[in-house]
Design a protein around this ligand. Sequence first.
Ligand SMILES: NC(=O)c1ccc[n+]([C@@H]2O[C@H](COP(=O)([O-])OP(=O)(O)OC[C@H]3O[C@@H](n4cnc5c(N)ncnc54)[C@H](OP(=O)(O)O)[C@@H]3O)[C@@H](O)[C@H]2O)c1
Length: 259
Amino acid sequence: MTSGAYLSGLFALDGRVAVVTGGSSGIGRAVAGALARVGARVVVVARGEERLVETVEELRGAGCEAAWVSGDLGSRGGVRAVAEAAAGVFGEPDILVNCAGINLRPPLGELGEDVWDATMAVNLEAPFLLGQRFGPGMAERGYGRIIHVTSQQAHRAFVSSGAHGVSKGALESLARSQAEAWSRHGVTCNTLVPGFVMTPLNARLSSDPGRVAALAARTMVGRNGLAEDFAGAAVFLAGPASAYVTGQSVFVDGGFSVH
Ligand SMILES: NC(=O)c1ccc[n+]([C@@H]2O[C@H](COP(=O)([O-])OP(=O)(O)OC[C@H]3O[C@@H](n4cnc5c(N)ncnc54)[C@H](OP(=O)(O)O)[C@@H]3O)[C@@H](O)[C@H]2O)c1
């Protein structure tokens, strides 16, 4: 067997369909690009059409099959509409990446029910509902990969974790519940755990060179994360190579969490 064929057997996603929420920016965009480049047909989901179009054009320009669905994951109705629209493009997905997320950071004492509800809706309820919509079908077909993007805040308090940290802690538990339910049927469910990644989500923190340097110093690798750092781990968790990895939290954080 050639090394190319061996690598393909482990990692290629030809013939697979992936839905990536939050796929128009930051980590989700890098993950969508990685899955598409190893052969998956990818549907990226977000609200803003401009960045969706840009992302899909870039992927098509690279010879990939990609499409976008615009929708708001902030309400149950919105999630249902997005799910149907996404499944209508290339068919029912084999891979679901829940990367859309928001991090509103009021001090906990000032955190109102509006922020709590908005955070739980996008960060936790949408992944749950999309899992309910797509997980059973994956199990029936005997192959599926569900990947949630959580946060180090699922494991420790960090820069006003507030509702974001709570939602991500629950999301890690959701991955384990899904793994328990569906792994026997070929559907693995895992989480990617970022540390501090330089994306639009962190625009305020990222624009403060002192904070950026201090955070980089807390990693073992010596720098903050980049969206591209998630590409390899996502390809691994989306493909055949990770068939025996399920219910796990995979930290992609340069050693931040163990320093
Ligand atoms: N960056 C970090 O340091 C860091 C650390 C820990 C965890 N994370 C997690 O990693 C994930 C990705 O973060 P990122 O840094 O890549 O963020 P980002 O660049 O801000 O991207 C967020 C994505 O989610 C989409 N989105 C947000 N709200 C949505 C909604 N209501 N409906 C549909 N789509 C929505 C955004 O598009 P639209 O705005 O156009 O809808 C965008 O595509 C998030 O879940 C975040 O919590 C990031």
